[in-house]
Design a binder for this molecule. Structure first.
Ligand SMILES: [Zn+2]
Length: 272
């Protein structure tokens, strides 16, 4: 172990994968699940890195300290705000990258600040075969284009499989079990541990996230939106400074929130 990165090697050869929790410091499901697994953890084949990511944010029980760590996994040239290159999150991302570089697949565990959040997964179509057997009703894709710099983006860009799971509300008591079940299924499907292949999750919905709204001044949402709520063309989503922002077509809204200053206010998506 070094720096909250725990590596396990199986007796037989096999793929290398990474499982990560707390890229955002106030999302405890992944870390609770990893901490529970650690004392008796072993794999039959390959290698796994278990990583507790945002140590400083965990200490302070905040999502992030200097920047969103889930935008820090990208090439230096893509940082519009150069100050972010000096951030704790960027430095920690640089420490984690070599582990991702040797991994074929990543399972990155998150949760949501919204109390009514529907659990869902994020990946691109080349990982649908795995997420189709994880316990999530919604599979979303398209995120690499609308917000580069996520852990999954980093994996996909280098030809691996990046999978993020959002295990509902931060304090949802089912979150850690959902994370643990997902870890187990992921390790079976990647061939690192033995076990029955989990069945396909019935009635999974595929959602394509195609647009992100970046604030111009300050954004105030018109009302609370549930993640993946369907909204109608013309509905007011919020106000950016003085300007009303409306849905331009019937759409699905994700992660709508108030933003002070420049930031990401909401994502729009389509059901496929
Ligand atoms: Zn998160």
């Amino acid at each position: 172990m070094s720096n909250n990165i725990f590596t396990f090697v199986g007796k037989q050869p096999g793929p290398t994968v990474t499982i990560m929790g707390d890229v955002h410091g106030n999302e405890p499901s992944g870390v609770i699940a990893i901490a529970k697994l650690l004392p008796n953890f072993s794999i039959a084949r390959g290698k796994v890195h278990l990583i507790i990511a945002n140590l400083r944010a965990i200490e302070q029980n905040v999502r992030e300290t200097d920047m969103n760590m889930n935008r820090a996994f990208k090439d230096e040239s893509l940082f519009a705000d150069r100050r972010q290159l000096e951030s704790y999150e960027r430095k920690r991302a640089l420490e984690i990258m070599p582990y991702l570089d040797e991994s074929e697949a990543l399972l990155d565990i998150h949760s949501s600040s919204s109390e009514k959040s529907t659990p869902f997964s994020i990946c691109e179509p080349h990982s649908f075969d795995i997420v189709s057997r994880l316990p999530f009703q919604i599979v979303s894709h398209g995120w690499d284009v609308i917000h580069p710099g996520g852990t999954d983006y980093y994996m996909n860009k280098k030809g691996g499989r990046g999978i993020c799971i959002e295990c509902g509300y931060h304090l949802d008591k089912d979150g850690p079990a959902m994370a643990e079940n997902s870890i187990q299924a992921f390790l079976i499907l990647m061939g690192l541990i033995d076990g029955d292949i989990p069945p396909k999750t019935p009635n999974q919905k595929i959602i394509y996230a195609h647009d992100i709204y970046h604030t111009k001044t300050n954004f105030k949402i018109a009302r609370k939106f549930g993640d993946f709520e369907e909204i109608k063309k013309g509905e007011v989503i919020g106000v950016d400074g003085e300007i009303e922002v409306r849905a331009l077509e019937d759409t699905v809204i994700i992660f709508a929130r108030n933003v002070e200053g420049k930031g990401e206010a909401f994502v729009l998506a389509k059901i496929e």
